[in-house]
Write a protein that binds this ligand. Sequence first.
Ligand code: MD6
Ligand code: FE
Length: 217
Amino acid sequence: MTEDLFPRQPGDPVFREALADGAWLLRGFAFEEAVTLLIEVDRVLQQAPWRHMRTPGGLQMAVAMTNCGPLGWTSDARGYRYESCDPTTGKPWPALPLAFAALARNAAQAVGFAHFAPDACLINRYQPGTRLSLHQDRDERPLDAPIVSVSLGLSAIFLFGGLQRSAPVRRVQLAHGDVVVWGGRSRLAFHGIAPLAAGHHALTGSQRINLTFRQAL
Ligand code: MD6
Ligand code: FE
């Protein structure tokens, strides 16, 4: 593909693909920063290791998670919420790396959301067979702020539905370096990840890593 032969230059127009009203796919937007992002993920993991949270209903989630930034998304018997400390260590979540904040702001800017300043970054790990069932992201206070989602490592099929759980679901392949920005009229759309196919990626091995940036408060 020509995109790979001629990498993005400063000032180039960004190739945006509309998934729905308010939801955009920026293919390869994080490709060049990916190694840096993964090094930062490893640094976060040294302070806040992967864990499988429990849903309020008591089920253990298949996706392994951690967080960085002032706030982190957590789930347990008391419900879904944002916390400033990691419940497993009692310490504040690791700081949001500068490279994360810059990428999230630039991606949001590229589709018209100026000044996106995330206070939370949820980091998800998928292994072959891991899925994330259809859900809405509705634990955040400002519903006018977008969400920026970065895919690293193995590709996954993103399930993208509508505002009702029963709406038809689109399947979108997300590859290493792809970024989805999601706000406006799509902010509360149902979405999920189909069971991850087995595979190997040079940078992550048999894993997909997803960074999801939010403005929680
Ligand atoms: C994932 N993403 O890609 C899970 N939520 O691993 C999400 O749940 C998500 O990609 C809101 C907006 C974009 C997303
Ligand atoms: Fe989500």
